[in-house]
Each structure stands twice: as structure tokens, then as C-alpha cells.
Design a protein around this ligand. Structure first.
Ligand code: NAD
Ligand code: ZN
Length: 389
């Protein structure tokens, strides 16, 4: 089969691999019909994620048709159409029983590699390095789905691939970020990042009744799409987010702030002097975590900082003093996709949201190397790429 594979930083190729087969009684093999490129894939593309091996198959946003099932997979059969959550869930461990699926103990058996987490692993992930189980990803013609009986959601008849594909990751991720921030009617929220995740955070905040949602970025077409979908946008290349938020909220600042940026390899290079006012610390544009630090500085006292953006290992320049002094609450983590996806499927079926609004590029697997570059560099107004193997 053909698959998108890792060969080094900025070097993803389409290679030929042996077709996957059933290795365990709880496995299924899926013929992938549609898959997407995610901002999280860019962290591997940009060289931020350790334990990547040459030839590893990338991809964690995918869906398809069941080809084969192991003997213990009683709830799936050949021909079923399913979406697959990006976190692999055993369905039975302490964490899966609590619906905290992205903490599944069973699906990641390589915790010793997670030294920065003191050996405590989060769930296994498709196509996301040997830190998270080393599972092959779904930017491929076929993929093995471990624990398949607990790691799927069936697609109702009559729904297209593009209508449900983002239930694998970015829609539940946006939703969980808003729920973690306890967004509700009347709230003022600010979101850093108008990428696919930030846009789904925006949609989720509005579905949950938020009154005003600010979206901060510097990419004009992403800001334009956010505005079209109900955001008050702040172009950080033109104004300082802190000043704009102070003015718009009459000095109160938003009570909920959401970092939908995460590890930044491709910031804008705009010099930000907001922190000149913080006389005890000096920060440069290149200091990380930039967006998170700004979100903390822009959060109302007593507010909530929700972090769907991905971080790994250790990042310096985290303003713990401001967080402590303002009595902020922090919530973060990988998304418990299977906890949220059924609710969100209802929102789609009942017409409250059309998740296809952000797709700008469609291609075949062979187009993936070019489309990775297009997506990372935001060329050609690229917001979200969908591939059909
Ligand atoms: P993306 O790279 O397409 O979008 C990020 C956006 O942030 C870009 O538009 C960029 O211009 C903007 N940005 C960069 N620096 C900024 C700054 N300092 N201030 C404001 N905006 C800034 O990625 P995406 O697909 O939208 O994903 C966003 C993040 O969410 C990534 O870190 C990704 O790994 C993460 N993610 C997390 C989960 C989860 O389970 N928690 C799931 C999916 C994605
Ligand atoms: Zn993703």
C-alpha cells in the first residue's frame, strides 16, 4: 500500500509499505477513505516530537470502511463505515471507565520513554512517534486499528466523509477546550490561533452560548473566516492583543482564555512589547510559550486558561507569578474524543454546524508532501487539507 511517511524534519514522503493485518484479537483493519492533515502533524514536520523513526506512517485524523476484524471485535464487521478517534482506547482501564480516554493506560505500553512525564503515559496515538506507542497512522490506504471494539464511532447512513471526518480530532478538541473553560451563556472568551483547532473552539464557544468571542492571529484569511463565523478578530500584526482586549472589555479582560496555538515553530516574528510593562521580566518574541504567556497575561482575574494547543517536555518563560497572583485555573490535555464525538455528531446531524466550512485543499496521498508545505507555510490561503487515498 501507499502511505505518508516520516524521513526527517520537513521531509515527509509517500512510500510503499506492506498492507497491515490483524495482529491481535481486538484489532480491525480499515480501508481509509478520507484523512486530514492536522496542526499536530506539523509538530513532527517541524522536528519538535522525539522518537520518530524513518519510515513511520503519519496521520491521526482518518475514517474508512472496515476490511477485517479480529475474533474479539464483536461490534464491527467488514463493510462498516467508521470514524476513528486519534487516541487509542482500551475501553476498560480506570481512565477509560471515567471517559478520560486520552489517558488510557493500556494503549501506550512505552511509558519509560516519557521521562518528562515521570514515566506516566497518555494514551497511544495513531501516527505520533514511539513516545505514544509507535502505532502506524492513517495517512495511508489501510491502517490497523488496535482495540477497535472501543476505538471507533459508526457513521450514520447518508452522511458524507467530510461531514464527519473532523469528529476524529479537531471538532472534539475545540469542544473540549470550550467545555474545559466552562464556557456558557454571557461569557467573553479570547482564543489564540485561528487555525483549524481555533476555528472549532470558536464554533464550540458559540454553540455553548458565549456572548463575545475574540480570535487572535495574524493570518488574514484565517481571521476573515473567523469573523465570518461570528468572532471579533484581533490581528496581532497590527495591534497588541492585550491593548485591544483591554479596550474592548473596558478594562475587565476576558474571563476565559484559550491557547489553540501550542508549540510554535512558525510564529509571525512580530515584536510584542506588551511585557515591557512587566518590569520584573523581559520577554522576546522568540521566547516560548509566546501565545500561552500572552493568554495568561490577558486573562481576567479568577479566570480560566484552557490549553488545547500541544506542548511537550519543558518550556521556559511560563509566568507562574501572574497565574498565581490572578488566581487562574488551568485545564489542558489531549482530547477525550470518544467522550464528546457522539454529542457533536448530533450537532452535525441536526444542522447546528457544518464542519466542512474550513476545508480549503483537497488532494490524493501523492499530493501530501506538497500539501504539508502549503499547510505549514499557509500558502495559497490554506486552512485545512483533506486527502482521499
Ligand atoms: P495550525 O498550525 O494550523 O494553527 C495555529 C494558528 O496559530 C496559526 O493560524 C498561526 O498563525 C497561529 N499563531 C501562531 N503563533 C501565534 C501567536 N503567538 N498568537 C496567536 N496566534 C498564533 O494548527 P491547528 O491544526 O489549528 O492546531 C492548533 C494546536 O492544537 C496545535 O498545537 C495542535 O497540535 C493542537 N491540537 C491539540 C489537540 C489536543 O488533543 N489537545 C488535538 C489537535 C490539535
Ligand atoms: Zn489532529
Amino acid at each position: 500500500m501507499r502511505a505518508v511517511t516520516y524521513h526527517g524534519t520537513g521531509d515527509f514522503r509517500v512510500d510503499t509499505h506492506p498492507d497491515p493485518g490483524i495482529q491481535h484479537a481486538r484489532d480491525a483493519v480499515l480501508r481509509v477513505t478520507t484523512t486530514a492533515i492536522c496542526g499536530s502533524d506539523l509538530h513532527m514536520y517541524d522536528g519538535f516530537i522525539p522518537e520518530m523513526h524513518k519510515g513511520d506512517i503519519i496521520g491521526h485524523e482518518f475514517m474508512g470502511v472496515v476490511e477485517d476484524v479480529g475474533s474479539e471485535v464483536g461490534n464491527l464487521k467488514r463493510g462498516d463505515r467508521v470514524i476513528i478517534p486519534f487516541t487509542i482506547n482500551c475501553g476498560h482501564c480506570h481512565w477509560c471507565k471515567r471517559k478520560e480516554f486520552s489517558l488510557c493506560d493500556e494503549s501506550n505500553r512505552e511509558p519509560e520513554k516519557l521521562a518528562f512525564m515521570n514515566g506516566q503515559a497518555s494514551a497511544g496515538l495513531f501516527g505520533y512517534s514511539h513516545l505514544y506507542g509507535g502505532y502506524d497512522g492513517g495517512q495511508a490506504e489501510y491502517v490497523r486499528v488496535p482495540f477497535a471494539d472501543a476505538t471507533h464511532l459508526k457513521v450514520p447512513d447518508g452522511m458524507t466523509d467530510e461531514q464527519v471526518l473532523f469528529l476524529t480530532d479537531i471538532f472534539p478538541t475545540g469542544w473540549q477546550a470550550a467545555v474545559n473553560a466552562e464556557v456558557g451563556p454571557g461569557d467573553t472568551v479570547a482564543i489564540w490561533g485561528a487555525g483549524p483547532v481555533g476555528l472549532f473552539v470558536l464554533k464550540s464557544c458559540l454553540l455553548l452560548g458565549a456572548e463575545r468571542v475574540f480570535v487572535i492571529d495574524d493570518v488574514p484569511e484565517r481571521l476573515a473566516l473567523a469573523q465570518e463565523h461570528g468572532a471579533v478578530v484581533i490581528d496581532r500584526s497590527k495591534v497588541k492583543p492585550y491593548d485591544a482586549l483591554m479596550e474592548a472589555t473596558k478594562g475587565m479582560l476576558p474571563e476565559k482564555v484559550i491557547d489553540a496555538v501550542g508549540l510554535e515553530a512558525h510564529g509571525s516574528g512580530v515584536v510584542d512589547t506588551v511585557y515591557d510593562r512587566v518590569k520584573t521580566a523581559t520577554f522576546q518574541e522568540t521566547d516560548r510559550p509566546h501565545a500561552l504567556r500572552e493568554a495568561i497575561m490577558c486573562c481576567q482575574k479568577g479566570g480560566i486558561v484552557s490549553i488545547p494547543g500541544v506542548y511537550a517536555a519543558i518550556i521556559d518563560k511560563f509566568p507562574i507569578g501572574a497565574a498565581f497572583g490572578k488566581a487562574l485555573t488551568f485545564r489542558m490535555g489531549q482530547t477525550h474524543v470518544m467522550q464528546h464525538a457522539p454529542t457533536l455528531l448530533d450537532h452535525i446531524r441536526e444542522g447546528r454546524i457544518d464542519p466542512t466550512f474550513l476545508i480549503t485543499h483537497r488532494g490524493k496521498l501523492n499530493d501530501a508532501p506538497d500539501l504539508y508545505e502549503t499547510f505549514r507555510d499557509k500558502k495559497d490561503d490554506c486552512i485545512k487539507v483533506v486527502l482521499t487515498p
